[in-house]
Design a protein around this ligand. Structure first.
Ligand SMILES: *Cc1c(COP(=O)(O)O)cnc(C)c1O
Length: 394
């Protein structure tokens, strides 16, 4: 196994979270994936191909930008990691490229994916067009209706979009359906959009996103003379952009890791997606983790203004980092995120994704001193959220 700083054990557990709770029919698939990931993740040719695409196609390294006006306003040193400038507008393309390249090495030609807001669907459809692979994206019917531009993008890119009519018709249901399809078509390769799902997915997606903190170290050294900041802040839906932003700092106790989860209308309101605050231990989509559920194990529908954060589970890595106190978790409400988004827009001329705005809002909720260096992972751009913003601010 390659040398991961995430402290995972051989069965895919981070502490007591993780593992692979899957139907018998998928065992061979998941085992083949585990072996392929182990083989290629440290393979020089594989990594050279990935690095070339990240550089020439995605546009990496993404800049680390010192936000001067924001820094003055908050009285500290704020740097933004600009994942919003990646091709397709967010960090998700990093994982889509790594996963699709792995699929190709395994001889797979057909890709399936789930999507909520459509960002992961677009990233996957993009990479499938790039590599000439067949692509089917499962999306809840409610999301298909409210995320039309991303649905149209996926279609333009040649993907088949399947509207899922079960349950609440959102991300959880799309994921269930993708897993169901995978069970019937074990020859296809399932690209999961976050650090969730059965082992090895959480580890694999974190590895593919770890380029974010790898770049940060070098860029911080250039800007500030030191490789390690005092704090890194990232939003968590399933936890992939945060995993990427934290990865190379996990074993650096001087770096505070701060995760912003979506409180929706508030953690006590019943309309929330703050899984780490409100969840209890259970199994969702193949992993033991924290889940928003009733006492008898029914999933409680999550709510957040941000479609990319309303997931009723959390990646097992984050459940573990939170349980051990390595990661501090802050619950950010819709209105706090909206305020932070407008502040960044008006002070820096950057319209953030609503998801990323949850990370920015932490600056209003925690104090940092004038000497401290704080990096906020700007996971994506806000074009897709303009409609929501304009409705909220009027
Ligand atoms: C999907 C998405 C997220 C949430 O997913 P994670 O796996 O938690 O990173 C955050 N930001 C943006 C811009 C997204 O598209």
């Amino acid at each position: 196994m390659y040398n991961s700083p995430l402290h995972i054990d051989a069965e895919g557990y981070y502490g007591r979270f993780g593992g692979a709770y899957i139907p018998e029919i998928l065992h061979r698939n998941v085992e083949a994936l585990r072996q392929a990931f182990e083989k290629y993740s440290e393979d020089a040719d594989f990594n050279a191909e990935m690095d070339r695409l990240l550089r020439d196609y995605v546009g990496r390294p993404s800049p680390l930008y010192r936000a001067d006006r924001l820094s003055d306003y908050y009285g500290t040193n704020i740097y933004l990691k600009r994942e919003d400038l990646n091709h397709t507008g967010a960090h998700k393309i990093n994982n889509a490229i790594g996963s699709a390249l792995l699929a190709k090495r395994m001889g797979k030609t057909s890709i399936i994916a789930e999507t909520g807001a459509g960002q992961h669907g677009v990233a996957t459809a993009t990479v499938c067009a790039l590599l000439g692979m067949d692509c089917t994206v499962y999306m809840g019917a409610t999301d298909v209706a409210r995320q039309q531009p991303n649905v149209e993008r996926m279609k333009m890119l040649g993907a088949k979009v399947v509207a899922v009519e079960s349950g609440n018709k959102t991300l959880k249901d799309a994921t269930n359906e993708a897993i169901r399809h995978w069970c019937c078509h074990p020859d296809s390769f399932y690209i999961i959009g976050s650090t969730v799902g059965p082992h090895p997915y959480p580890e694999m997606v974190a590895k593919f996103q770890s380029v974010i903190s790898r770049e940060m170290r070098g860029q911080l050294k250039e800007h500030t003379g030191r490789e390690e900041p005092d704090a890194v802040i990232a939003c968590v839906g399933g936890g992939s952009n945060a995993a990427g932003a934290f990865y190379h700092f996990i074993d650096s106790p001087g770096v505070r890791l701060i995760a912003a989860e979506a409180a929706g209308h508030g953690v006590e309101s019943g309309e929330t997606a703050a899984t780490i605050h409100c969840g209890t231990e259970g199994i969702i989509h193949g992993a033991r983790t924290l889940v928003m559920q009733t006492e008898d194990g029914q999933i409680v529908e999550p709510y957040s203004i941000s479609a990319g954060l309303d997931y009723p589970g959390i990646g097992p890595l984050h459940a573990h980092l939170a349980a051990t106190g390595r990661e501090k978790v802050v619950a950010v409400s819709d209105s706090q995120a909206l305020d932070a988004a407008l502040r960044l827009t008006r002070m820096e001329g950057i319209i953030p994704a609503l998801e990323s705005a949850h990370a920015l809002a932490v600056l209003d909720m925690m104090h940092f001193s004038p000497e401290e260096i704080v990096v906020v992972n700007l996971s994506g751009r806000g074009d897709k959220d303009l409609h929501t913003y304009l409705n909220a601010y009027k």
